[in-house]
Design a protein around this ligand. Structure first.
Ligand SMILES: Cc1ncc(COP(=O)(O)O)c(C=O)c1O
Length: 347
């Protein structure tokens, strides 16, 4: 029996995937973070940050918590704040989906909507962060979890990695991890280093994200990728980085649901396609772990809508429906967007 809902965060299942990648000579396992009560891996970060803040007197009864988030972190914080009885203001922009706004409100969060992008950079992210600063000044004793730079975001994932390592008897040869604040990557990587494990860590980022110093570009799928370089990032956290386009994310997600019956979010599809690109480099019998960050329900109007997919990428359904099309796109061009594929070796 669990003491309360927050105690159900973590200890998510590790599931064997046998169909998602054709002809894989290695063992593939998925860490299903969708099983967290708020539906994503960010429940862990939200709980870790809030617990540290409570234990250290940074928050107390009556504190208002303020964060900029349009998705999973906002929901994770809304959940933790609801349980702790704290007022939570979530600063969002017009790109936040109706469904996410409704989930946030259902948990009791106050929505603060920014309607104009930042005048200098043209980015909504900067406008949201500026609004958080204003609110923090206006509301006495308020607290910002600051997921982009809070070490307790990363520390939460030392435990995520511990769960994986324990379940696989320390034999984890490859870890694939999507990146945004880099909390997951940093925490997992720190744990592996402290445990003297030789796991090869692969970061999976979005085409158009600036984390690994690539050029900024418009992205359609939220979750992974970032428009700013996150302070939690450090060179050397990953051995290599694979960049995945929006179209490939769709293909990866659709393969996961048609082949493994796993309805997962965009970054999970990105991870599957990153493994597909690297599959010839992964040795036979290696244990390969993919951290799948969230549930697919939040993407029903996009990734899982045939109409939306056709509008943005044309008719690409053969890429997840037909076995003969089940070829890796590695070394060629991205058939969903015509972009060159990018695999950056970091070490
Ligand atoms: C769906 C999804 N995947 C991946 C990530 C990246 O996680 P992190 O912020 O720990 O880098 C996020 C972060 O919000 C996410 O929502």
């Amino acid at each position: 029996m669990k003491k309360d809902i927050l105690e159900t965060i973590g200890n998510t299942p590790l599931v064997r995937l046998t169909r998602a990648i054709e002809d894989a000579p290695f063992n593939l396992f998925a860490k299903l973070e969708a099983f967290n009560p708020g539906g994503s891996i960010k429940d862990r970060a939200a709980l870790s940050i809030m617990k540290h803040a409570l234990d250290n007197g940074l928050i107390e009864k009556g504190t208002t918590v303020i964060e900029s988030s349009s998705g999973n972190m906002g929901i994770g914080l809304a959940q933790t704040c609801a349980y702790l009885g704290l007022h939570f203001i979530c600063v969002i922009d017009p790109k936040t989906t109706k469904q996410n706004i409704e989930i946030l409100q259902a948990y009791g969060a106050e929505i603060d909507l920014i309607i104009e992008p930042d005048k200098v950079t043209g980015e909504f992210l900067h406008a949201r962060l500026n609004r958080v600063k204003v609110l923090l000044e206006e509301i006495p004793g308020s607290f910002c979890p600051d997921q982009y730079s809070n070490e307790y975001n990363a520390k939460a994932h030392e435990l995520t990695m511990h769960e994986i390592v324990t379940e696989l008897d320390r034999k984890v040869d490859y870890l694939f991890c999507a990146t945004s604040t880099c909390g997951t990557l940093r925490g997992c990587s720190d744990y592996l280093r402290k445990q003297y494990l030789k796991t090869t860590v692969i970061a999976v980022d979005a085409v158009g994200s600036v984390i690994f110093k690539n050029e900024s570009a418009m992205r359609l799928i939220p979750g992974h990728g970032a428009a700013v370089s996150p302070p939690l990032f450090r060179p050397g956290l990953a051995h290599a980085c694979v960049h995945v386009s929006d179209g490939e994310c769709v293909v990866g997600c659709r393969r996961l649901v048609t082949r493994e019956a796993i309805l997962a979010g965009g970054s999970s599809g990105a991870i599957l396609m990153a493994i597909e690109k690297m599959k010839r480099d992964i040795p036979r019998d290696a244990n390969c772990v993919a951290i799948l960050a969230d549930r697919g329900e939040r993407y029903l109007d996009t990734i899982y809508s045939d109409e939306w997919v056709r509008k943005h990428f044309g008719d690409i359904s053969h890429l997840w429906q037909q076995a003969e099309e089940f070829q890796t796109t590695a070394g060629g061009t991205d058939r969903t967007q015509g972009q060159p594929l990018t695999l950056i070796q970091l070490k």
